[in-house]
Ligand binder design. Structure first.
Ligand code: COA
Ligand code: ADP
Length: 560
């Protein structure tokens, strides 16, 4: 890992700098988001094609949160690179900043992740070569990209399920202080675009950035019809380009304000393609949901009028927009939660389980990716490493065992087995097998809290087999709270923010690393080990080794 970034520049990295001219701006003298989306898509596509060595198309774009507007005269700097290649698809990470040339200041505008799919020259699918991370940061992005992919592939179904289950009430009666009521149909916009060669990429397909720009344009018109002002786009929700369109296609774009909250509104946009032959059915190309705000001269969000939805589809979309808003907030909160924040047992509920599972595994992968681990002590081939990172102290215990790697993964991911080898685990009961990868346990430990009571935990265990060869097996643990299992007077409820196993195959051996980010309750128990006053960790992990060696045939979980 070299320190000088220029020396280790990733071969897929693309940099683009654009001066914002009046022709790129809206009537407020700010860069239009549509233009920014075109630049984002172009730079990201160039990174993808640099890796793939063949033409690529935009398959999807994850949520984008715009943190800053950009003014005419400023410079937009984009940096894109391939974080990970899967089979035929790649995740491209995009980082956008704006720069004021007069003051020399630079601000973050947004971060985005797009998926591009390599197009085969003939029939069949392209098999991409792996992307090789060069720095610690790239290693982390590479590892977490697998988690993001998992999340985006279930996104549409997940949202559909959540919308069907949603029981959210109309909040109009709850939130006062709105500003009149507008009939939703007054905000409806329909527009057609003829796809011409300048709108297409070098393969003749409509350029993804161009479609996003057209979508943003009509969403903006719908939003302006509600507020009679110039709205600012804050969030584009994760979406998928369902199918291609080509030069000569006509694109019909339709938008309407689905719901207006106190100071933000959701606009939905739908795009269909058709050709000159009216007998050929229309193709659904894309649907997206965008959140707009209206800012006053001091950049504060203004209060918006309410929406009166149309009966039927309008009322359905109105309710769905409300549910989507809750899901979006949950997702943003859970996903952006990192180790520097206070440990929290986030409530486990159906609307956030996909995101909590993501957060659980990515927090552990972040800890694993750190390079500053120091070997504190080694006893009988059990190694104890420590890491001091800002306000956290973490440890890692490592053993090598001559057992099957997948079997070790199955045994260690089943927390109910842990009482068999870990003296700190007194009781461990499976409360909920959420799905194949996630389970929730009630754990009682032998550790006592300040009040002398034993500590108990509600723990989410998320297991991940390797996404690709070269990846480890991962089992991540974190606390959650379950309404069905509140703290009781018998125990002190403890919290664990991030811990888990990383299990590697090394020839005929399996390397097991257990990671734990300290919670205050554990500190003295661990520091006695680090300082050599105790060798608990060694006896515990020798017991773990014996447990793995004694259970070599119980392959209770099939390979997914
Ligand atoms: N988000 C991210 N990746 C997705 C995805 C989504 N919502 N849906 C599918 N993919 C990935 C798959 O995981 C798979 O990746 P892998 O090969 O690395 O495992 C890859 O896309 C191909 O999936 P597959 O199921 O074989 O193909 P598909 O029939 O779903 O086609 C596209 C995927 C993207 C090729 C197809 O939907 C398409 O052509 N879309 C239009 C693309 C386009 O023209 N964009 C520019 C603007 S019009
Ligand atoms: P859904 O109708 O389930 O929301 P669609 O993919 O059909 O999903 O549409 C996405 C969004 O596009 C809708 O939520 C709505 O905001 C907008 N939209 C769809 N159809 C129309 C239409 N006929 N007129 C105006 N806007 C539309």
């Amino acid at each position: 890992m070299a320190a000088n970034h220029e020396e280790v520049r990733n071969p897929t990295e693309v940099r683009m700098s654009q001066m914002v001219l009046p022709c790129h701006a809206n009537h407020r003298g700010q860069l239009s988001t549509g233009q920014l989306l075109k630049w984002i898509d172009t730079a990201a596509c160039l990174s993808a094609e640099r890796h793939a060595g063949c033409p690529c198309v935009t398959a999807s774009m994850d949520d984008i949160y715009f943190e800053q507007t950009i003014s005419v005269g400023q410079v937009v700097n984009l940096k894109t690179k391939v974080n990970r290649a899967f089979n035929s698809s790649m995740e491209v990470g995009i980082h956008v900043t704006s720069e004021d040339l007069c003051s020399g200041k630079e601000w973050k505008v947004c971060q985005a992740f797009a998926t591009f799919v390599a197009q085969p020259q003939g029939s069949g699918k392209v098999k991409l070569k792996p992307a090789t991370p060069l720095t610690e940061e790239e290693q982390l992005e590479h590892s977490i990209a697998a988690e993001r992919r998992r999340m985006r592939l279930v996104h549409t179904d997940n949202i559909k399920d959540l919308l069907t289950q949603s029981t959210l009430q109309d909040e109009r009666s709850r939130e006062g202080g709105t500003n009149g009521e507008v009939l939703a149909q007054k905000t409806r916009v329909e527009s057609v675009e003829l796809v011409l060669p300048p709108h297409a990429n070098h393969q003749g397909n409509t350029f993804g950035g161009q479609i996003m720009a057209w979508m943003e344009n009509i969403a903006n018109i719908a939003a302006s019809r509600l507020c009679h002002a110039h709205p600012t786009l804050k969030v584009i929700e994760m979406f998928h380009f369902r199918g291609p369109s080509q030069v000569g296609d006509r694109l019909i774009l339709r938008a309407i304000v689905n719901n207006a909250f106190k100071d933000s509104m959701e606009v939905g946009v739908c795009v269909e393609a058709f050709c000159h032959d009216v007998t050929v059915p229309r193709r659904h190309i894309n649907s997206a949901f965008m959140t707009f705000v209206v800012l006053d001269e001091k950049n504060r969000p203004c209060i918006l009028p309410r929406i009166k939805p149309e009966p039927g589809d309008g009322e359905r979309r109105y309710r769905e927009a409300l549910a989507r808003r809750k899901i979006r907030l949950d997702r943003k909160y859970v996903i952006s939660c990192n180790q520097s924040e206070v440990p929290l047992s986030v409530p486990w509920d159906p609307s956030n389980q996909v995101y909590l599972s993501y957060n659980n595994v990515s927090a552990l992968k972040t800890l694993m990716s750190k390079s500053d681990w120091v070997l504190a002590t080694e006893i009988d081939k059990v190694r104890l490493y420590t890491l001091e990172d800002n306000s956290f102290l973490s440890f890692r215990v490592e053993i090598k065992v001559k057992v099957d790697t997948r079997q070790s993964f199955n045994l260690l991911s089943d927390l109910s087995c842990r009482t068999k080898w870990d003296p700190y685990y007194m009781k461990s009961e499976l409360l909920q097998q959420v799905n194949e990868d996630d389970a929730i346990y009630h754990v009682v430990t032998t550790v006592r809290g300040a009040d002398g009571k034993l500590q108990d935990f509600i723990i989410l265990a998320s297991r991940r087999p390797p996404c690709d060869k070269g990846d480890p097996y991962v089992v991540a643990f974190r606390s959650v709270s379950l309404p069905t299992h509140p703290p009781t007077s018998e125990y002190t409820r403890g919290e664990t923010l991030c811990s888990g196993f990383c299990i590697w195959s090394e020839g005929d051996m399996t390397k097991v690393s257990y990671y734990n980010q300290f919670t205050p309750g554990l500190v003295s128990q661990i520091t006695t080990n680090i300082s050599g006053l105790s060798s608990d960790f060694a006896s515990t992990y020798q017991a773990c080794e014996r447990f793995l060696l004694q259970n070599t045939t119980d392959l209770n979980k099939p390979e997914p």
